[in-house]
Design a protein around this ligand. Sequence first.
Ligand SMILES: *[C@@H]1O[C@H](CO)[C@@H](O)[C@H](O)[C@H]1NC(C)=O
Length: 198
Amino acid sequence: MDVQVCFAISLVALLAVVDAQVPHWGGCPEPSTQPAFNLKRFMGRWFEVAKLPAQFEKGRCIETNFTLTSEGSALVQSSEILKGEVRKIEGTAVVEDQRNPAKLGISFSYVLPYTPYWILSTDYVNLAVVYSCTDVFRIFHVDFAWILGRDRTLPGSTIQRAKAIFMENRIDVSRMIASSQEDCGRTVRNRAVFQSSL
Ligand SMILES: *[C@@H]1O[C@H](CO)[C@@H](O)[C@H](O)[C@H]1NC(C)=O
């Protein structure tokens, strides 16, 4: 790719990231990730239970459905409810480092670079602890963290365990907030009621 185009795209991506999150000084932490990560077992539906606040995610009932498309890549379908409407986006996840398959990259547009999506820990059936960090010349870094569940909510003890995993890896999750997973069927139900009354 043309160097200038590449630079322009990086700059746009960078500004988008910086705008969304508070930067921290220094390079990204190097957390440990899920050993022997099995992408296939990670597929399916995950709900966002808690996260570090990010400006580009304002909706509620955020969930992601991963579908294996080939060995080492997956279709990513995320949805949220924003202002009473279900919004969906599609992207691609790839294993970026064959030696460490828990280090995925996700891109929601072919013009954007893959952003890191690292599975720090998962049991595949209840909980996934996910981290994303981008650094800028190791001068500062911007990060995102999510606690995902196979159910819309997780027991408090499980959330504490997930937070401990972040903290053991020197990731600050003091600003982590619970994601709203309430009334997620309402929009759909209302529409169904409305239609059946016609
Ligand atoms: C997830 O995607 C697969 C493949 O497209 C589909 O069969 C399945 O119904 C989806 N699950 C949910 C909960 O959307």
